[in-house]
Ligand binder design. Structure first.
Ligand code: NAD
Ligand code: TDX
Length: 340
């Protein structure tokens, strides 16, 4: 059995990636390390935790004792982070702690256990904002604008420093905006779906003409798989969805799909230092590993809307906060490490 550690595996992308690994690699023993902050939801992993092939450890990546979880691990994929820009604008402390100090702690733990491969999951936001033309390439300078993006850029640099200084076998991926199943409904697409489903107003920041390059989370997971197994150590790979869309257009599509009126759109105060446009150039990933996104955005969005409609129980629990009791209800009497 090959042991792989997935930090942040109870979050949105991490849990999708655990499902991906679980289905594709029957000989992998997957250890999920997650603190279960408000963004972590063990229900996302319910079906695979029953298998015995996925174990869960509730750990803070800042904890110096985290190293035990990395014993005999061959690979580590590091998702754990504070990930919401608006929260970082309100208070960046947890972002500095987890994204910077926590990442360094994870790197040191993985280094101590001599893992053979480490994948750091980063973001396009480290490049800052684009004007109407051009796309981000891997060689561009890092000019983050939000506190979230600044902490992600810092963690990228720490990982690169470990590669150069210690020969640490790390690779970095930088991906654009994800959407799909299990995304916490504070992020744009699930929030707008939830609001539209309930007939409540949809808060669009500023003029709504900000552009993001949207990628379905399953395409991101395929790219991470390709890089983890075939990428070159020390390299950075951009991952984009080839789907630039303005926020307002997405909101209109969601409303139309759900048969709701555009009068639900409410333009609210803009986000501070709101990045205008992100667009990724993923040519390197295509050339080296043959990856390209498979989802067309409109199909992926329709599929995602269906997922939220079909998973009302998950949504209700997420919105009520009840998902946070899941760990205690199921595991509090057990050992720290367990499978269902
Ligand atoms: P998320 O907020 O849904 O999940 C983050 C997970 O990390 C949660 O399960 C949370 O409990 C865990 N976590 C937070 N602090 C922790 C700590 N101190 N110790 C252990 N676990 C902790 O985030 P996501 O959207 O799934 O993003 C995952 C990663 O991908 C992040 O590193 C993010 O920067 C990056 N990323 C996200 C996107 C996106 O569009 N969502 C795009 C590019 C890159
Ligand atoms: O209520 C809202 N109204 C609105 O207009 C929210 C929550 C967002 N927006 C806008 C802001 C952005 O232009 O929608 C766009 C997307 O917002 P978010 O979902 O907050 O994503 P973004 O800020 O682009 O960052 C995301 O992509 C990169 C993820 O949250 C990051 O974790 C990832 O690194």
């Amino acid at each position: 059995m090959t042991k792989i550690v997935v930090t942040g595996g109870a979050g949105f992308i991490g849990s999708n990636f655990v499902h991906h690994l679980y289905a594709k690699y029957p000989d992998y023993q997957i250890t999920v390390v997650d603190k279960l902050t408000y963004a972590g939801n063990l229900r996302n992993l319910e079906s695979v935790l029953r298998s015995g092939r996925v174990t869960f450890e509730r750990l803070d990546i800042c904890d110096p004792a985290i190293g035990d979880a990395f014993a005999r691990a061959e690979m580590v994929i590091h998702f754990a982070a504070e990930s919401h820009v608006d929260r970082s604008i309100e208070d960046a402390e947890a972002f500095v702690r987890t994204n910077v100090n926590g990442t360094w702690n994870v790197v040191e733990a993985a280094r101590g256990h001599k893992v053979s491969r480490f994948l750091h999951v980063s973001t396009d936001e480290v490049y800052g904002s684009l004007g109407p033309q051009g796309r981000f390439t891997e060689t561009m300078p890092l000019v983050p604008t939000s506190p979230y993006a600044a902490t992600k850029a810092a963690s990228d640099l720490l990982v690169q420093a470990a590669v150069r200084t210690h020969g640490f076998p790390a690779i970095i991926t930088r991906c654009s905006n994800n959407y799909g199943p299990y995304q916490f409904p504070e992020k744009f697409i699930p929030l707008m779906i939830v609001q539209a489903l309930a007939g409540r107003s949809l808060p669009v920041y500023g003029d709504g003409q900000q552009v993001r390059d949207w990628i379905h989370v399953s395409d991101h997971c395929r790219a991470l798989d390709a890089v983890l197994h075939g990428g070159r150590v020390g390299e950075v790979y951009n991952i984009g969805g080839d789907a630039e869309r303005a926020n307002l257009d997405i909101v209109r599509t969601i409303l139309k799909t759900l048969g709701r009126d555009e009068s639900l759109i409410e333009h609210v105060t803009d986000r501070k230092a709101h990045d205008r446009r992100y667009a990724m150039d993923s040519a390197k990933l295509l050339a080296e590993l043959g990856w390209r996104p498979q989802w067309n955005f409109e199909d992926g969005l329709a599929d995602t809307i269906c997922w939220y409609q079909a998973n009302q129980a998950w949504l209700a629990e997420t919105r009520s906060g009840d998902y946070r009791n899941y760990f205690e209800r199921h595991y509090v009497h057990r050992e720290k490490t367990f499978a269902l």
